[in-house]
Ligand binder design. Structure first.
Ligand code: SF4
Length: 303
């Protein structure tokens, strides 16, 4: 399948935070709470470190290549050009995040070469579903945000925003994970609706299409939201935030085991797996409701 051509439009205006903003929430962190309140606590309140996985690193790398691919003139956006970007982008990522180098045993050039090849193979999946020579994205890896309910800032990085000549918006999200799709599809759609809500609230336009590109399977999943649905979704997000506030006040974040536990880094501390969570952090200098727990995940980091 080849996507229809989409022409560039006005870049998104920078979003200012009104003084009434009291808290912020990203789709990744909101989805964490929905998936498992204890996972939310571990990631956002305890801020327990998570060692990057090869799969997450591959996702970050492929996202970086696809972002840079659109820096090239349209005619040059070929599979070979994308392949040529893999190694330099990996070097750049490792320079910025040295912990990525620890994914491979020192001197194990074979493992790293296999890793780079697997990223190139996902890019082949991309070219099977889209022709980037026919696209001029309006935004790539853009941080977008909006205030809902008068005081909650919702924000996140979208992979790509296409704007058609008639102003229609298409939000595109690249999925590179190798995990069974059904385990993550609801989370992916939640994330896309989050972006759709932000765009609707900031631009007054409901995106025409929310598109998931599954690179491993070379498949496209399109979803068309409507205003009524986004209104309901907005209420859901606000209710979710209120539930997070209540759980924080009670210091009560319960585990909710599911298939996603297989991908959780915190099983050793999870009561559902015989572990014990650390003591609830004492509020420090900053306001716990506006701190880093709502920091949006970088593109590709949430695969
Ligand atoms: S292992 Fe499962 S239940 Fe426990 S914190 Fe992780 S996702 Fe939640």
């Amino acid at each position: 399948m080849t996507a229809e051509p989409v022409i560039d439009a006005q870049p998104l205006p920078p979003a200012a935070e009104p003084p009434s903003v009291r808290a912020s929430l990203s789709p990744s962190r909101a989805a964490d709470f929905k998936t498992c309140p204890l996972l939310y606590r571990f990631r956002s309140i305890d801020r327990l470190p998570e060692r990057p996985t090869v799969e997450q690193a591959r996702g970050t790398l492929v996202h970086a290549v696809l972002e840079r691919l659109f820096d090239l003139p349209a005619a040059a956006r070929t599979p070979r050009s994308a392949g040529d970007l893999v190694s330099p982008q990996w070097d750049r990522l490792v320079a910025e995040q040295p912990e990525l180098a620890t994914l491979f045993a020192e001197g194990d050039a074979t493992a790293q070469a296999d890793f780079l090849r697997s990223a190139a193979s996902l890019l082949e999946g991309y070219f099977a579903v889209e022709d980037p020579r026919r696209l001029e994205p309006a935004e790539r890896e853009a941080l977008i945000s909006a205030v809902v309910d008068g005081e909650l800032l919702i924000r996140g990085y979208l992979d790509r925003l296409d704007v058609a000549p008639d102003g229609a918006l298409r939000v595109v999200d690249y999925k590179t994970g190798g995990a069974p799709r059904e385990a993550f599809e609801a989370r992916a759609l939640f994330q896309l609706k989050f972006y759709a809500l932000v765009l609707w609230r900031t631009r007054g336009v409901v995106p025409r299409v929310l598109r998931l590109l599954y690179l491993k399977d070379a498949e496209v999943c399109d979803y068309a939201p409507d205003a009524e649905e986004l209104l309901r979704f907005e209420r859901t997000v606000v209710a979710l935030w209120q539930a997070i506030e209540q759980a924080t006040a009670r210091q009560d974040f319960r585990p909710r085991p599911s298939r996603l536990c297989d991908w959780c880094s915190h099983q050793a501390r999870c009561p559902s797996f015989g572990g014990t969570p650390p003591p609830f952090p004492v509020a420090g200098g900053g306001d716990p409701l506006t701190d880093a727990r709502s920091r949006p995940a970088a593109p590709g980091a949430d695969e």
